[in-house]
Design a protein around this ligand. Structure first.
Ligand code: NDP
Length: 280
């Protein structure tokens, strides 16, 4: 079965429209997301445009904060600090990567955990590691939402996450662990990737290498989630050899149209949650 991330994301956006309308009724204002973009990276421009469009669609007010490509670290810090102190702003997102010479961790540390809608702060990652309530990174959260909405059981299942980045692989592994899966995390130094993957009831690929996961690495009936976004001959493709793996998997996400649309939907959901919590 092909998991339709586009359809699930549309359903989530419809639910968010109701949430933002309720928020407006109760507060007289819309939830507000500030998106900080240091100009100059074409891919980031596209991501930011998608996020701002998403906000508009679900009734979230957005602030499009642009900084010139030669902005200094101090100026960037001042900008984020002002947004942190602004009572009208519920969520702050700093689009990564930042230019060389700017320490991303320093900038992210200026975002208060309750406004950190990307879930990248040490506090929110710590909360996830401790199994406590906090904001969770949007892409792995989107994967969990897909598993939930397709009623895919995680408890007691063997999950293998390929990739250990701070924004995808690690939080993905923690979420699956918190959902009672038995989790293995693989990376570029894993000795026998194929053997590890063949154990997986749920296989999540978050590497950034086109078609790294081939059919001989997938157990019959496994659930295969492809987070990868790669360009091959101008075409977007994932980390999984979809045509071949589809024949073995019980469920599989396509690229595009799988995990991708869920990332923005979960960001918008995190903004609503942040706004609702700040009001309490
Ligand atoms: P990173 O480059 O930060 O991390 C990649 C990970 O893959 C690393 O942990 C690396 O290991 C591991 N890796 C690299 N080569 C291999 C290999 N041959 N075998 C096993 N593991 C390997 O990437 P991200 O986590 O940021 O992103 C991963 C992918 O997901 C990318 O394609 C990205 O575009 C996509 N993505 C998609 C999103 C969406 O919305 N759908 C959102 C975010 C990312 P090591 O740690 O040892 O270097």
């Amino acid at each position: 079965m092909i998991i339709d991330g586009k359809a699930v994301a549309a359903q989530i956006r419809a639910e968010l429209l109701e949430r933002t309308a309720r928020f407006f009724e109760n507060t007289g204002r819309k939830p507000c997301l500030a998106v900080v973009l240091v100009e100059g990276d074409p891919a980031s421009e596209i991501y930011v445009r998608n996020k701002l469009n998403g906000c508009r669609e679900v009734g979230i007010r957005s602030l499009d904060v642009r900084l010139p490509c030669d902005v200094s670290e101090e100026e960037a810090i001042t900008t984020v600090r002002q947004l942190a102190e602004d009572g009208e702003v519920d969520g702050i997102l700093v689009q990564l990567p930042l230019p060389k010479g700017i320490d991303a961790q320093k900038i992210l540390a200026e975002i208060p955990p309750e406004k950190d809608v990307d879930g990248f702060s040490a506090e929110n990652i710590g909360a996830l590691a401790l199994g406590k309530e906090g904001t969770v990174a949007c892409t792995p959260l989107g994967v969990m939402e897909l598993l939930k909405r397709y009623r895919i059981e995680t408890r007691g299942k063997r999950a293998v996450v390929v990739g250990r980045s701070n924004i995808v692989g690690k939080p993905m592994a923690l979420l699956l662990l918190n959902a009672d899966a038995t989790v293995t995390v693989c990376h570029s130094r894993t000795a026998d990737l194929k053997a590890e993957c063949l154990n997986a009831d749920i296989l999540v690929a978050a590497v950034g290498k086109a078609k790294l996961i081939t059919a001989d690495m997938v157990k019959e009936g496994a659930v295969v989630i492809d987070v990868g976004m790669n360009r091959e001959n101008g075409k977007l493709c994932g980390d999984v050899d979809f045509e071949a793996v589809e024949k073995k998997a019980s469920y599989i996400t396509p690229v595009p149209g799988g995990v991708g649309p869920m990332t923005v939907a979960m960001l918008l959901s995190n903004v609503c949650t942040a706004a609702e919590k700040r009001r309490k």
